[in-house]
Design a protein around this ligand. Sequence first.
Ligand SMILES: Cc1cc2nc3c(=O)[nH]c(=O)nc-3n(C[C@H](O)[C@H](O)[C@H](O)COP(=O)(O)OP(=O)(O)OC[C@H]3O[C@@H](n4cnc5c(N)ncnc54)[C@H](O)[C@@H]3O)c2cc1C
Length: 283
Amino acid sequence: MSGAVLLERERLTSGTTWHTAGLLWQLRPSDVEVELLAHTRRVVSRELEEETGLHTGWIQNGGLFIASNRQRLDEYKRLMSLGKAYGVESHVLSPAETKTLYPLMNVDDLYGTLYVPHDGTMDPAGTCSTLARAASARGAQVIENCPVTGIRVWTDDFGVRRVAGVETQHGSIQTPCVVNCAGVWASAVGQMAGVKVPLVAMHHAYVVTERIEGIQNMPNVRDHDASVYLRLQGDALSVGGYEANPIFWEEAVKSRTGAAGGLCLKTSTVKGCTVCSDDLRRA
Ligand SMILES: Cc1cc2nc3c(=O)[nH]c(=O)nc-3n(C[C@H](O)[C@H](O)[C@H](O)COP(=O)(O)OP(=O)(O)OC[C@H]3O[C@@H](n4cnc5c(N)ncnc54)[C@H](O)[C@@H]3O)c2cc1C
């Protein structure tokens, strides 16, 4: 870690991270993802706190995947087997068992659910500042309000382009290695070194409900067929979804309100709220 420098053009978390839902689901169809997520969970729920003495804000309320058809339930049974191989505890529940776990849920049209008790929610600010604290303690440097304005490259004798340094308004840093972690701006940073980053950003929205009696301590819910999630937020829910016809970044920035580099959009730009009807059916 010693010698590593993190350059942030504004403040830490000012990109996508500050308004992430922060949901961590450990079971995914790819075994690489399962391993990465299990590692992330260990770091966020235990190791960072042990190392820094700071709480990351991790909440372990569990995760519940909804199967509204037979094929989806079969997929969840396969995920449970995959989880067994990687030490991730999970349970396939019947509709009646799901109702016992989550009494507020409408289970009439369910085939079953997959319950992962050690899933949970990350707090973006807490996780980020604890990570920064741990990195600094190991010799890394975090420099905020310092945009990268250019990346110097040179071509070696074999025609391979290599990094020579990073330019900022406050000076340059000589380095043979740059990690591009600029999120939705990664394409712009990649271009500075002549690298095309295959990344397309699109608008994503969620709605926060008012207080719901009895929702406290319930697991987060993901319905893959309806493309929605319900995240526990204290005694309310934030409800988000992935639209079939999303708004792409170029279109989204035209209607930005200006907060956090244009990532906060007017609610009027949320198309037709196709997500909400599926969420309300479940509640
Ligand atoms: C509404 C919403 C809900 C989400 N829910 C979830 C979820 O439940 N679970 C999940 O896993 N993920 C979720 N995500 C996705 C998750 O938030 C992102 O994948 C994650 O925050 C990306 O982090 P990052 O550090 O890569 O990017 P960012 O947080 O965007 O950080 C990139 C940073 O680069 C900086 N930067 C840009 N250009 C430069 C430059 N030239 N020089 C220096 N710095 C620069 C920016 O200021 C920014 O701070 C959600 C996202 C949204 C929007």
